[in-house]
Design a protein around this ligand. Structure first.
Ligand code: PMV
Ligand code: MG
Length: 384
């Protein structure tokens, strides 16, 4: 089969609409953070029902369009299309780079699919921030990339048949944007629900992207070690999310770890090994629908993060997060920080029959706000 016919096989063609609206969820780490930055390491992450929406509509401008967002710091982005190519002025705000790279990757794919490019406007609306513009730590750069890709494809009447195709497009866009994240967030917000993700070799992708490998060819390749799987959850499992009200910078914390550690140090190797064992045991806990073993591994991973923080002087579990975790324990909810820590959110897992009103009141008499979020169901391919 030629590459041209097989790239077509990854997509469905739907009718063109006057506008398309796509919704991308927020995400939170359950376990495996930090270790997931390294190849073959696993993590478990959830998609939550706080959304970033992208609405794509026809542009009135003869040769270009406008992209807007309610993320307060970013003004509108004007683009023009010259000889069919998407172009923005050189002094564009750096906050738009994720979106711009997502557009470039998507348009390059549309060209390979021989789909004529339309001029469009995009309006983003994010619920991943509160009314004062404060981030909850549910993700935003990854969500912008995925919303851009899905929105533009839908507007052109193109639908991916598999979530992994959208994951790969987003991973290429983020690599072009020089993101050094694990991409666990992308795996989760393209799949929905509870997700098991195993890191692929991101150095391989970097080399492929820098060698200008066409997007369509990358979509047709198997990516080394990539695993994305939906997990089934024990029915009695209840998840609570606590927000510390203080936004944290993943980039700073990851930067500190990478600067202070050496992946070939024995201490670091031992962290990666224990992290892998614990996440794999939790995955087995999901497969066996064993709530107690899932809770045990939350506790194990919390200890691993505390050790990592001590070794490399990282403030992962802030005093607010410790308060969140210790308040939960007497109520039989097992808790830990989520993601990079340093603020943002914590997660707590318990049995659905346990009364939680008192626990939530205790949290709220401190600094913790319980966020009324639900895990989304896994997405069907119709919503890819
Ligand atoms: O705090 P968050 O939700 O951005 O999670 C960061 C998790 C890390 O493993 C520390 C980094 C990453 O890219 O996975
Ligand atoms: Mg965070």
């Amino acid at each position: 089969m030629s590459e041209q016919t097989s790239i077509q096989n990854l997509f469905n063609r739907t009718s063109l609409n006057e506008s398309s609206t796509v919704k991308v969820p927020g995400k939170l780490f359950i376990t495996g953070e930090y270790a997931i930055l390294f190849p073959k390491q696993p993590a478990i992450i959830i998609a939550v029902d706080q959304f970033l929406t992208a609405q794509v509509t026809a542009s009135d401008l003869p040769e270009g369009g406008v992209i807007r967002t309610n993320l307060s710091e970013l003004g509108p982005l004007n683009y023009v299309r010259q000889d069919g190519n998407f172009q923005v002025s050189a002094n564009t705000a750096s906050g738009w780079h994720y979106c711009i790279n997502a557009i470039r990757v998507t348009e390059s794919l549309l060209k390979s699919l021989k789909v004529p490019l339309l001029n469009y406007n995009i309006q983003f609306n994010s619920e991943l921030i509160n009314k004062d513009g404060l981030k909850f730590g549910l993700g935003s750069s990854g969500a912008i990339v995925v919303a851009t890709i899905k929105g533009i494809l839908a507007y052109h009447g193109v639908q991916a048949l598999d979530h992994v195709t959208i994951f790969k497009l987003a991973a290429i866009a983020l690599t072009l944007s020089k993101s050094n994240g694990s991409l666990a967030d992308i795996a989760t917000i393209t799949t929905g629900g509870w997700v098991y993700y195993q890191s692929f070799d991101r150095e391989w992708l970097k080399e492929m992207v820098h060698a200008n490998t066409p997007v369509a060819s990358l979509l047709l390749m198997n990516w080394p070690d990539l695993v994305i799987e939906s997990l089934n959850v024990p029915e009695e499992l209840s998840l609570l999310i606590g927000w510390t009200q203080s936004p944290a910078s993943t980039e700073n914390l990851v930067g500190q770890l990478l600067e202070r550690s050496n992946p070939s140090d024995d201490v670091f190797k031992s962290f990666l090994k224990s992290a892998m064992t614990s996440v794999e045991r939790m995955r087995s806990g999901f497969q066996a629908k064993n709530l107690a073993s899932i809770q045990d591994e939350i506790q194990v991973y919390r200890q691993l993060l505390l050790e990592l923080s001590r070794t490399y002087q990282l403030n992962i579990e802030t005093k607010e997060l410790t308060q969140f975790i210790e308040t939960a324990l007497p109520h039989s909810y097992i808790a830990k920080s989520s993601g990079a820590g340093g603020g943002d959110c914590g997660i707590a897992i318990g049995h659905q029959d346990i009364e939680t009103e008192t626990l939530i009141k205790e949290w709220e008499s401190g600094d913790i706000v319980a966020l009324p979020l639900q895990v989304t169901p896994p997405f069907s391919t119709e919503t890819t």
